[in-house]
Design a protein around this ligand. Structure first.
Ligand code: AMP
Length: 118
């Protein structure tokens, strides 16, 4: 028996906790972030819990990563088609949930985040 607790995202996928779901297929789910950092802030999450971050997903199932990006584009198309796609990877990069997910951010994004470092 695994001692690992299901991630909060697995609990959303299993409908154990509520979320504002915007799209779903057999392999992916998208729902609004509970603490939005942009006017549109949607998370896209593979349903499988086996990949902790985008690097693991790229190595283990590149087709699923490609599908995730395409899924994000389809969602973004409902909001004008242009978007920032963010994968925080590792605690020091701000990752708090170790079940791979992409942040779709649209609108009022301000500066390019690469401009933060002086
Ligand atoms: P990260 O910090 O990259 O791991 O992103 C985790 C994201 O999950 C954060 O933006 C949180 O606001 C979001 N989040 C945490 N719990 C929930 C929830 N129950 N429903 C929707 N989004 C959530």
């Amino acid at each position: 028996m695994s001692t690992t607790e299901p991630s909060i995202f697995t609990r959303i996928i299993e409908r154990e906790i509520p979320a504002s779901i915007v799209a779903e297929n057999e392999r992916l789910i998208a729902f609004n972030d509970i603490a939005p950092k942009a006017p549109v802030h949607i998370l896209v999450v593979p349903k499988t819990p086996e990949y902790a971050n985008v690097a693991e997903l790229a190595a283990g199932n590149p087709a699923l990563l490609a599908e995730l990006v395409s899924f994000a584009q389809t969602i973004a198309d409902e909001h004008g088609g242009e978007f920032r796609l963010v994968f925080n990877t590792g605690e020091k990069a701000g990752q708090t949930i170790f079940h791979v997910h992409a942040h779709i951010l649209i609108g009022n994004l301000g500066e390019d985040p690469r401009a933060d470092f002086q």
